[in-house]
Design a binder for this molecule. Structure first.
Ligand code: SF4
Length: 263
């Protein structure tokens, strides 16, 4: 078993592990962000635990649930309360991100519902792999889904993430059927996710959904390399360059050609 298979095996164990005490969840951190985790200024809760191991992951500290901190929902909401006025005035809201928030569906649903009850805009940032764990009620409490479709090619998706693409596509179709506003996030990595045919396939799929406001084309960067070093992990894409302007222009043009807005 190689190192990636080992961590994926650990992640699978966490998938099956019993939930913690009701009213609690495991998080890595919380933070304020602007412009990347939904509209406006966001209070972002980074949950811990993820069943995928994306080669370009920027948050390896969130992979294992056992490395996180158990908190009560009341603690999270007390922190949200400190920023409530600020994020409201700034046209923002609360985003539950990760790791993979749907690894802890009850905790995630409760945070979203309680933020909704406060009149805050809510967003869920997910890979969609565990989309079946999101109930319709949870999605009704979610104003915006940030759905990562990392590749539209099943083999490429598996190479990149270690997981299967189909659950994410199924979740995307369900969000469309429910009419939930969605942003698609797609990380552009030279030599890995830039194949013109794969980009076309993604654009075609997104164009057929009808509920997607835009695709976020996120240029790959290597800013997490130091984080990997600190954690004693190897950053697999240490030698991969960020995409150049020419490649970015080509990919945006491909989305445009399918009538899809990309930013
Ligand atoms: S799904 Fe997100 S948190 Fe999980 S490995 Fe991929 S990039 Fe990292």
């Amino acid at each position: 078993m190689n190192a990636r298979e080992t961590v994926l095996g650990e992640a699978a164990g966490e998938l099956c592990s019993p939930p913690g005490a009701p009213g609690t969840g495991v998080i890595s951190s919380w933070d304020i962000s602007v412009g990347v985790d939904g509209p406006g200024t966001r209070f972002v809760v980074f949950t811990c635990g993820c069943p995928l191991r994306c080669l370009y992951c920027q948050n390896p500290e969130t992979w294992r649930m056992r490395d996180g901190r158990r908190v009560t929902i009341d603690e999270v909401m007390a922190e949200v309360g400190r920023y409530r006025r600020f994020i409201t005035v700034a046209g923002g809201g609360v985003t539950v991100s990760g790791g993979e928030p749907l690894l802890q569906p009850r905790f995630t649903a409760d945070v979203l519902r309680r933020c909704r009850d406060l009149g805050l805009h809510t967003a869920l940032d997910t890979s969609g792999l565990l989309g079946d764990r999101a109930t319709d009620a949870m999605l009704a409490d979610t104003d915006l889904v940030l759905l990562d479709i990392k590749s539209a090619d099943p083999a490429g998706y598996r190479r990149l993430t270690g997981g299967s693409l189909e659950p994410t596509l199924r979740f995307a179709r369900r969000l469309a059927d429910l009419g939930r506003p969605t942003w698609i996030r797609y990380v552009l990595v030279p030599g890995l996710t830039d194949d013109p045919g794969d980009v076309d396939r993604l654009a075609r799929f997104v164009a057929g959904l009808g509920n997607v406001e835009h695709v976020d084309v996120l240029p790959f960067h290597r800013m997490a390399a130091e984080k990997y070093q600190r954690l004693g992990l190897t950053f697999p894409l240490a030698d991969t360059p960020p995409p150049g302007q020419e490649l970015l222009d080509r990919v945006h043009a491909q989305f445009r050609a399918h009538g899809v807005t990309s930013v």
